[in-house]
Design a protein around this ligand. Structure first.
Ligand SMILES: NC(=O)c1ccc[n+]([C@@H]2O[C@H](COP(=O)([O-])OP(=O)(O)OC[C@H]3O[C@@H](n4cnc5c(N)ncnc54)[C@H](O)[C@@H]3O)[C@@H](O)[C@H]2O)c1
Length: 438
C-alpha cells in the first residue's frame, strides 16, 4: 500500500514515519522546500524523542520519501492524508486555507480512485467542504463522474510521546461514509489492529467532533484544577492532597489533574477557541469552555503575580531565571507557551531574564531574539538571580544541586509553576518557596 501525507509537521512527520515503520510506502509532502531538503539529508525539523532514528531507518529502506510536489506522486498512492496546520483565524475559528489548498491540488491532479483523509483537527463539516472542493476541480477538468471518497482520521498523539502514542494508541477514530473507503482504511491500520488497538468507526461529523471534544475535555480538567488550586491557596488547603483525594475516585481518574501555570501548545488553546467559535456561529454559547479559557488566561499570569507580590510590586533591575520554555517537556514546541507570556511581563516590568531549556532555546530565540539571556544550563541561568521561575517540568529540573544554586543566587527564592518541589525540603535548604495551590 502506498500513501501520501501532506504537511510534514509534528503530526505529518510522525504519522508518515510510523506508517512506514509498519511497512507502508509513504511520501511525506510539504511546501516548505528547506524542510524537505533537510529531511532528505537526515536533518529532522522538530525535537521528538526517537523520531530521528526512525526517520533515518525508514528513509534508508526506501519506504519513507520526501517531496514538495504532491502533483507528481498523487496517482501513485491509494490514500492521501492531509496533516497541514489549522491555525486560529482572527475570530478564533479554525483557518482552513491550507486544508482547502491541499484539496484543490488533489482535485487538479487526481486520475484514479482514492481516499482523501483529513488528519488535521478541523471543525465538523470540513470533510464535506474538502469533498466539494475536490469535486469542483474535477468538474473543471470534465471528470464529473470521477469516483473518490473522503474520510476523517483525527490524531490524538502527544508531542514528547508522539511515537509511542501513534504506535500504541488508546484508540484510532475513523469517520467514514463508504464501505470501499472503510476497507482501505482497515487495510492500512491492520498492523495496529493485529496488536489489538481498537478502531472506532463513526460517521464523519462525529469523528471531526471527537477530536475537539477530547481536547476540550482535557483543557477543562486543567482549568478546573487550576481554579480549585487558587481556591485552595485562599482557604488554606493543599491542591496536591486534593488531587490525590479526588483522582483516586475511579469515576474521576488521576490523569490531567495537575495544577500549574496554564496550558499552552499548538492544540488546546486553538481547539478550545475553535469549538467556542463553531458553537457561536450556530447561535450556541459554550459557557463551560468560555470559563476554561478565561481561567487559563488568568493562570498564565500566576507566577508573575506571585513574583510581583514577593517584591512588593517592583522587579525593576531584578534578574529572573526561567527554567523551561517549551509548553511542555520533551518538545521544542513554543506555540502558545506560558513562558512567553511570563517573559514579556517581566521585561515590561523592568526585570532581566535568564532562560534555560534543554531543547527549546533555538526556537525561543527565533521568536523573541536577544531580549533575554540564553544560559548554558540551569545553573548558569540562576547566576546572580533574584528568583527562579520553574515553568516546564523537564526531568533534569527535578533534582538540581540546590546548595550550589543557593550560593550563586542573589536571593534564594523559587516559584514552582508545576509543583515538582517539596515546600518543607526547600525551606530546609534555605529557599523561600511558592507553588501553585498550597
Ligand atoms: N502538534 C500536535 O501535537 C497535534 C496533535 C494532534 C493533532 N494536531 C493537528 O494536526 C494538524 C497539524 O499540526 P502540526 O502541529 O503537525 O502542524 P505543523 O505546523 O507542525 O505542520 C504543518 C505543516 O504543513 C505544511 N503545509 C502547509 N500547507 C501545505 C500545503 N498546501 N501542502 C503541503 N504542506 C503544507 C507546513 O509547511 C508545515 O510543515 C493541526 O490541525 C493540529 O491541530 C496536532
Amino acid at each position: 500500500m502506498k500513501i501520501a501525507i501532506v504537511g510534514t509537521g509534528y503530526v505529518g512527520l510522525v504519522t508518515g514515519t510510523c506508517f512506514a515503520e509498519m511497512g507502508t510506502e509513504v511520501f511525506c509532502v510539504d511546501i516548505d522546500r528547506k524542510k524537505i531538503e533537510n529531511l532528505k539529508n537526515g536533518i529532522i525539523p522538530i525535537f521528538e524523542p526517537g523520531l530521528d532514528e526512525m526517520v533515518e531507518r525508514n528513509h534508508k529502506a526506501g519506504r519513507l520519501q520526501f517531496t514538495t510536489d504532491l502533483a507528481s506522486i498523487i496517482n501513485e498512492v491509494d490514500i492521501v492524508f492531509s496533516a497541514v496546520g489549522t491555525p486560529p483565524d482572527e475570530d478564533g475559528s479554525a483557518d482552513l486555507k491550507y486544508v482547502l489548498e491541499v484539496a484543490r491540488t488533489v482535485g487538479q491532479h487526481l486520475n484514479k480512485y482514492m481516499v482523501i483523509v483529513t488528519k488535521s483537527t478541523v471543525p465538523v463539516g470540513t470533510a464535506q467542504l474538502v469533498k466539494k472542493t475536490i469535486r469542483e476541480e474535477l468538474d473543471k477538468r470534465g471528470l464529473t463522474d470521477h469516483e473518490f471518497d473522503v474520510a476523517s482520521n483525527p490524531e490524538f498523539l502527544k508531542e514528547g510521546a508522539a511515537i509511542s502514542d501513534f504506535m500504541h494508541p488508546d484508540r484510532v477514530v475513523i469517520g467514514i461514509e463508504s464501505e470501499k473507503a472503510e476497507a482501505m482504511m482497515a487495510k492500512l491500520y491492520k498492523p495496529f489492529t493485529l496488536n489489538n488497538y481498537p478502531i472506532i468507526y463513526t460517521d464523519i461529523p462525529s469523528a471531526e467532533m471527537i477530536k475537539y471534544a477530547a481536547n476540550a475535555m482535557l483543557a477543562t480538567r486543567i482549568s478546573f484544577m487550576n481554579d480549585i488550586a487558587n481556591l485552595c491557596e485562599i482557604v488554606g488547603a493543599d491542591v496536591n492532597m486534593v488531587r490525590k483525594g479526588i483522582g483516586s475516585d475511579a469515576r474521576i481518574g488521576s490523569k490531567f489533574l495537575y495544577a500549574g501555570c496554564g496550558y499552552g501548545g499548538s492544540c488546546f488553546p486553538k481547539d478550545v477557541k475553535a469549538l467556542i467559535s463553531t458553537a457561536a456561529k450556530k447561535g450556541y454559547n459554550m459557557s463551560i469552555l468560555n470559563a476554561v479559557e478565561s481561567v487559563n488566561e488568568r493562570q498564565k499570569n500566576i507566577l508573575f503575580d506571585k513574583l510581583m507580590k514577593y517584591y512588593n510590586g517592583n522587579i525593576e533591575g531584578k534578574v529572573i531565571a526561567i527554567w523551561g520554555l517549551a509548553f511542555k517537556p520533551k518538545t521544542d514546541d513554543m506555540r502558545e507557551a506560558p513562558s512567553l507570556v511570563l517573559i514579556n511581563k517581566i521585561l515590561k516590568a523592568g526585570g532581566q531574564v535568564r532562560v534555560y531549556d534543554p531543547v527549546a532555546m533555538e526556537e525561543t530565540e527565533r521568536r523573541i531574539g536577544k531580549t533575554v539571556i540564553y544560559a548554558k544550563d540551569i545553573y548558569d541561568a540562576t547566576l546572580d538571580a533574584d528568583a527562579i521561575l520553574m515553568v516546564t517540568e523537564w526531568n533534569e529540573f527535578r533534582l538540581p544541586a540546590w546548595e550550589v544554586i543557593r550560593k550563586t543566587m542573589k536571593k534564594a527564592v523559587v516559584f514552582d509553576g508545576r509543583n515538582i518541589y517539596n515546600r518543607q525540603e526547600m525551606k530546609d535548604l534555605g529557599f523561600d518557596y511558592f507553588g501553585i495551590g498550597f
